[in-house]
Design a protein. Structure first.
Length: 167
């Protein structure tokens, strides 16, 4: 850590991979305290990141976020009726001019949610493998009832009541 006092160690920023990378960081930090050489130390060195080298990736990622933020509101997701939604399937559909993240469970019940991610406002998409609503912008994931599975979102998707499946 630049400008830090001797003996202060910090490990952070593992972007959802803390179980694995946090364990490695713990080993690196304990080795540093004990004065033991660690073969992974250079991989986690803060100075390894070169801001100018990663600038193009930053621009690309933010352009992708902007694309999804705008394009997903204007017809990227198919408009379809709720009555054509098969059991076990989810889709962002349009009902009465309003987009809805709709999932039909095996009993035929529709779980209707706002499709707007609570982190940055992008439109979520259905992940049929995980049976979750996933945000294409920053990776937040929500269960079929809109509860946060993984961040960066910290608030659940809003539920939409009284959705008529005959639409």
């Amino acid at each position: 850590m630049p400008m830090a006092a001797e003996g202060i160690y910090c490990a952070t920023g593992y972007n959802g991979n803390g179980m694995m990378l946090g364990s490695i960081a713990g080993k690196i930090l304990s080795d540093a305290v004990l004065g033991v050489r660690n073969k992974y130390k250079d991989l986690f060195r803060p100075s390894r990141v070169k801001p100018l080298d990663s600038f193009s990736e930053l621009v690309k990622e933010n352009a992708d976020v902007a694309y999804h933020f705008i394009a997903d509101r204007f017809g990227i997701h198919e408009s379809d009726s709720l009555k054509r939604l098969k059991p076990g399937a989810g889709k962002v559909v349009e009902v009465d001019g309003k987009k809805i993240a709709a999932y039909r469970d095996d009993a035929g019940t529709i779980h209707a949610l706002s499709p707007v991610c609570t982190h940055a406002g992008c439109i979520v998409g259905w992940n049929s493998e995980e049976k979750s609503w996933d945000c294409p912008c920053h990776g937040a994931r929500f269960d079929i009832d809109g509860k946060v599975l993984t961040g960066p979102a910290t608030r659940n998707l809003a539920k939409i009541e009284n959705t008529d499946p005959q639409h």
